[in-house]
Design a protein around this ligand. Structure first.
Ligand code: ZN
Length: 311
């Protein structure tokens, strides 16, 4: 048995694309696809990429929760997407499946059944690929310079790239070097009080700064100060240079920026149009607040200087 036989098929990616790891490799691969199709200005239409990789998107009206599976059909691939799901989120799903096909074309499929960890590795890689297809880092930075961070700025980015908040916030956490939490007033079960809690977190725990990580459901008891009612009428972005996170009897000093997310727009209310569709907002993010946490205070100063010029 040669050593090569032990190499997982994804390990070949970094050798083929001369990158330090598979994460950078998938980024290179996706950028090449975009370049070859002359796709550079967001929002990126996925139609030409689907065409290139023979992926047919079939829409249904099923309300089922689980995500669709890539199917092999006679002249390529097919994926079923529910019309009832938010289109921005569907776009990410399609981009994710495209990343599977981009990997497939490059290194084929794995031999044998994947372990749970290997499966997770492929899935994470396809999420990175999807994000790369939809959001160009350079364009995102340029757009941030124009619109700035904050409620208005994030809405501009949301429409510029036509992505879900999940996709946008993940990318922002990467380029701004911070953990991003979404806070919302909710209760996890009926015996629990409805109050501000961590609703989502970007990036995933595995890639996040662990010291400033708060799991979903954590209340505002774990942070000082609580910014969600402190915005002034003049400015709804709060920069906190003396921010503290308390968890497991430990207190971590860090910096943070907070702002509310704008409420979702309703039909006939200036909804953006893309690919012949009136694109809906994600209502699950209504009354949410964004909290960017910087364990390195110099990164906070940098972001404040670059993207929050009024501070
Ligand atoms: Zn997948």
């Amino acid at each position: 048995v040669g050593i090569d036989d032990d190499i997982f098929y994804l390990d070949r990616l970094k050798h083929i694309y001369h990158t330090p790891d598979e994460r950078s490799a998938i980024r290179v691969m996706c950028r090449r696809v975009l370049t070859s199709l002359n796709l550079s200005d967001p929002p990126i239409s996925l139609r030409p990429i689907c065409k290139r990789f023979n992926l047919k998107v079939v829409y249904n009206n099923k309300a089922k929760k689980e995500d669709s599976q890539l199917k092999l059909v006679s002249n390529g691939f097919e994926i079923e997407i529910s019309r009832l799901k938010n289109w921005r989120r569907n776009r990410f799903t399609i981009a994710h499946e495209l990343a599977h096909l981009i990997i497939l074309r490059s290194v084929g499929t794995p031999e044998g059944k994947l372990s749970k960890e290997q499966y997770q590795r492929v899935e994470t890689l396809c999420d990175i690929g999807a994000s790369e297809l939809l959001i160009s880092e350079d364009v995102l930075k340029a757009q941030l310079l124009i619109h700035g961070l904050g409620s208005e700025g994030i809405k501009q980015l949301y429409d510029k790239f036509m992505v879900s908040y999940d996709a946008l916030l993940l990318k922002l956490s990467e380029i701004l070097n911070c953990n991003i939490m979404v806070w919302r007033k909710y209760a996890r079960h009926e015996n629990e009080q409805k109050e501000f809690r961590v609703f989502k977190h970007f990036p995933k725990y595995r890639y996040a700064e662990k010291l400033t990580w708060l799991p979903n459901g954590c209340t505002a008891k774990h942070i000082v100060p609580t910014p969600f009612e402190l915005y002034s009428s003049k400015n709804n972005v709060l920069v906190m240079r003396d921010f503290k996170i308390l968890i497991n009897d430990k207190m971590v000093s860090c910096g943070a920026i907070s702002f509310p997310l704008p409420s979702s727009r309703t039909l006939n209310n200036n909804l953006p149009i893309f690919d012949d569709l009136e694109v809906m907002d994600e209502a699950i993010y209504d009354d949410s607040h964004i909290l960017l946490v910087f364990s390195d205070i110099s990164k906070l100063e940098q972001v404040t200087h670059d993207y929050l010029k009024i501070q």
